[in-house]
Design a protein around this ligand. Structure first.
Ligand code: NI
Length: 185
């Protein structure tokens, strides 16, 4: 168990397409998950992807059981370890075109900044936990946003690469002066 350095935007390791995990319930995978959890908790993050600690594997963790100081208005998201994820955008009703909505995001690899980022409002995601047990959920809103943000890290995308309107991109301390967030969020 260890808190790792979180790579920052500009590091080429954040731009790789991550490799799938081929073996579950291994010591190496459990150690990676443990390190991701320790690192996310130390940074008060809502999620973390393996590439952010320099590990080139399709593993993300996310979740907020209680109020997160970086996202005080966000509804709770179940603590989840998600390996080899696949995301499908869904319409709000069967047969409807998937809707994208913009809302604020930050990233531990892009400290001190926030932007409004378009994401699908409703998705299905599938994958496995670290033991190889399947996970499949249909979610919307903040939960859907967090999953899309974390899974983007597995295909070399950081949220600024998704921003369409740069008039909604700035420093957290300026945009949200009352937010009780660490300076380096
Ligand atoms: Ni991120």
């Amino acid at each position: 168990m260890a808190v790792h350095e979180i790579l920052k935007m500009g590091d080429p390791r954040l731009l790789r397409v991550a490799q799938p995990v081929l073996a579950f319930d291994t010591d190496a995978l459990h150690l990676l998950v443990s390190d991701l959890l320790d690192t996310m908790h130390a940074a008060s993050g809502a999620g973390l992807a393996a590439p952010q600690i320099g590990v080139d594997l399709q593993v993300v963790i996310f979740g907020t059981d209680s109020v997160n100081p970086r996202y005080p208005d966000a509804p709770p998201v179940p603590r989840t370890v998600l390996v080899n994820p696949v995301i499908t955008a869904l319409g709000l009703k069967d047969g409807a075109v998937p809707l994208q909505v913009e809302d604020w995001e930050g990233c531990l690899s892009v400290p001190g900044l926030r932007a409004k980022v378009p994401r699908f409002e409703r998705i299905r995601y599938a994958g496995f936990d670290q033991f190889g047990d399947p996970i499949e959920r249909t979610v919307d809103g903040f939960h859907a946003r967090v999953v899309q943000h974390e899974c983007d890290h597995l295909i070399g995308l950081l949220y600024p690469m998704r921003v369409r309107d740069f008039s909604h991109f700035g420093f957290t301390s300026v945009l949200f002066p009352g937010l009780d967030a660490p300076q380096d969020d």
